[in-house]
Design a protein around this ligand. Structure first.
Ligand code: HEC
Length: 458
C-alpha cells in the first residue's frame, strides 16, 4: 500500500518475507517505511458497490542506528535512534489508494502533500470521505478518486467520520481537531517542512483551541515569499473557526481584515497577546521570522501591499550550523519526532525550533547524572478549586494568572481569572520524570548539542 519501502523486496503468496533488511548494531541503515510511515491505525474502507478497498498511507523513512537495548520498566524501548530521513530527492507525503482486493490491482491514487491521518468512510453514493491535516474534510469519487467536495472544518482531521440516517435522510458526522502522538510528532516532516504543536486552553469558559503551526524550514528571502509563508502560517495557526477565520474574516475571535491595522500594531498584538482573551503571546512560541511573516500577511489583509517591517524584516537566511558529530546526534534526539511529547523540544526551544514553555536553557548540567537530578525552582504548585497541579507561572496580573500545567506532557496553558488560583513555592514535579524516554548515552549526546548551541548564562 505504500510506495517507498526497502525493508523487504517482497512477500510470497504464503506470507513469507523476501530480502528482509536487518539493521546492524551501531550502523546507520535507511529503513522505509520508518517508525511513523506506512499504513497505520487509521482505518481503510470497503465499498460493496465498487468491490474496492480504500486505504490511506503515509510515506516516511528513518535512518535507524540500532542499539542493543534491555527493557527497563517505565522507559520507552525502541532499540535504536530513529532519525527522520527521506531517500534523496524524496519528501514525506500521503496518499489514498483504491485497490481491487481480489486481484490486488491498484485502481486509482489520490496524492496529498502531507500525511493523511484520518480514517476513510465509503458510502453507497459512491463517495469516499476523509479529511486532511490542513482542515479540509472532503469527498472523493469512489470510482475515479477525483476530489468532488471539501469543507474547511477549521482544524486538522485525524479521526473517523461516521454516517447514519434519520427519517430517511443521510448524515455524515466527522470529528475534527489535530493532535495525538502522530500529529504532535511534526506529523509531516517532509524535507523542508516541520510542524510544531502546542495546546492552548483557557480556563475561563471551557474553550479549547488547538494550535498547530506548520512552517517550512526554507527561509523567505523576499517580501513576497515572506507574505506567502505568513499566509500559510496564518491558515494553520490563526484561521480556525474558533479564532480569526479564513483570510481574517472573523470566527470566534475578531475580524482582522480591513480594520486599518498597521504593521506596528499587528506586531505588538501578535507578539504579546491580548490579556484576558485566548489571544496568546505568539512572540514566545513562534520563531521570530515566522512571527514577522504572519505580521506581513495580516498587514496585506489591511490593504498594506508592501508591509514595512523596519528592523524586523528578516535578512538572509542564517546558514545551517555545523555541529560536531555527537552534537548532531544530540540535536536529532532533542527534537526527535518518534518520542512524541516525551522529547525535550516539547518544553524547550533551541536553534529556532521547539516550544519555549520554560525560560531558555542557559545552564548546562555538567554530566548526565546532573541532568537527571536537575532541580526546578521555577516549578510551583498551583491550586484551584481543590485541584492542585505542578505549574510554571507565565504571568500573574491583576486580572488573571496564566500558567503552564505540567501534570503530563505536553504542558497545557491555563488562564485563571484573578483570585481563582493560588500559587505556592515548591512542587513534587521532577524534571527526571520527563527524561524517561532517553537513555544515558542519548542524554550525553544531547548535552553535547547543548554545549554547541547554548549561550551560557553570564
Ligand atoms: C515537560 C516539560 C519538559 C521536558 C519534556 C524537558 N524539560 Fe527541561 N526543563 C523543564 C522545566 C519546567 C525547566 C525549568 C525549571 C526551573 O528552572 O525551575 C527545565 C529546565 C531544564 C534545564 C536547566 C536550564 C537552565 O538554564 O537552568 C535543562 C538543561 C533542561 N531542562 C534540559 C532538558 C533536556 C535535555 C530535555 C530532554 C531530554 C528536557 N529538558 C525535557 C521542562 C521540561
Amino acid at each position: 500500500m505504500i510506495e517507498l519501502y526497502n525493508w523487504i523486496s517482497g512477500i510470497t503468496e504464503d506470507g513469507k518475507l523476501v530480502g528482509r533488511v536487518d539493521p546492524v548494531e551501531g550502523k546507520t541503515t535507511m529503513i522505509c517505511p520508518g517508525a511513523t510511515g506506512g499504513k497505520s491505525w487509521n482505518q481503510t474502507a470497503f465499498s460493496p458497490r465498487t468491490g474496492w478497498i480504500y486505504s490511506p498511507a503515509q510515506e516516511a523513512c528513518n535512518d535507524l542506528i540500532a542499539r542493543k537495548d534491555e527493557p527497563v520498566e517505565g522507559r520507552s524501548f525502541i532499540g535504536g535512534n530513529w532519525i527522520s530521513k527521506m531517500p534523496p530527492g524524496k519528501t514525506s507525503y500521503g496518499h489514498i489508494d483504491a485497490y481491487d482486493p481480489v486481484t490486488g490491482k491498484k485502481q486509482w491514487t489520490y496524492q496529498y502533500k502531507y500525511w493523511l491521518l484520518a480514517s476513510l468512510l465509503a458510502t453507497a453514493g459512491d463517495l469516499v470521505f476523509t479529511g486532511d491535516p490542513e482542515g479540509d474534510f472532503f469527498a472523493l469519487d469512489a470510482r475515479s478518486g477525483q476530489k468532488l467536495w471539501g469543507f474547511p472544518t477549521g482544524a486538522g482531521n485525524r479521526g473517523s467520520a461516521v454516517t447514519y440516517s434519520v427519517n430517511g435522510r443521510q448524515y455524515i458526522a466527522n470529528p475534527s481537531g489535530w493532535g495525538s502522538l502522530a500529529g504532535g510528532m511534526g506529523g509531516f516532516y517532509a524535507d523542508g517542512v516541520r510542524a510544531d504543536g502546542g495546546v492552548a486552553m483557557s480556563g475561563t469558559g471551557g474553550f479549547a483551541c488547538l494550535v498547530l503551526v506548520l512552517a517550512p524550514y526554507g527561509f523567505a528571502q523576499t517580501m513576497q515569499e515572506l507574505i506567502a509563508r505568513g499566509a500559510e502560517l496564518y491558515a494553520k495557526t490563526c484561521a480556525t473557526g474558533y479564532c480569526h477565520g479564513v483570510k481574517g474574516a472573523a470566527g470566534g475571535a475578531p475580524r482582522l481584515a480591513s480594520r486599518g491595522f498597521d504593521e506596528t500594531y499587528i506586531l505588538t498584538t501578535t507578539r504579546v497577546g491580548v490579556t484576558g482573551t485566548a489571544m496568546q503571546a505568539f512572540g514566545t512560541t513562534l520563531p521570530r521570522r515566522d512571527l514577522m511573516a504572519v505580521v506581513a500577511y495580516v498587514a496585506t489583509l489591511n490593504g498594506i501591499a508592501s508591509p514595512n517591517l523596519g528592523r524586523g524584516m528578516p535578512v538572509a537566511e542564517v546558514p545551517p550550523r555545523v555541529l560536531p558529530a555527537d552534537a548532531k546526534i544530540g540535536r536529532e534526539l532533542f527534537f526527535d519526532s518518534v518520542r512524541g511529547f516525551a522529547r525535550c523540544s516539547t518544553c524547550h526551544a533551541l536553534d529556532g525550533l521547539g516550544i519555549a514553555v520554560t525560560t531558555p536553557i542557559a545552564n548546562i548540567p555538567a554530566n548526565v547524572a546532573a541532568l537527571r537530578e536537575l532541580v526546578t525552582p521555577q516549578v510551583k504548585t498551583a491550586t484551584s478549586g481543590g485541584d492542585s497541579f505542578p505549574a510554571l507561572v507565565l504571568t500573574q496580573g491583576v486580572r488573571e494568572t496564566k500558567v503552564y500545567d505540567l501534570t503530563l506532557p505536553p504542558p497545557v496553558l491555563r488562564v485563571f481569572p484573578a483570585g481563582t488560583v493560588k500559587v505556592a513555592d515548591g512542587s513534587a514535579w521532577k524534571h527526571s520524570s520527563v527524561l524517561g524516554a532517553y537513555q544515558d548515552a542519548e542524554l550525553a549526546s544531547i548535552l553535547s548539542f547543548l554545549r554547541a548551541v547554548v549561550t551560557p548564562a553570564p
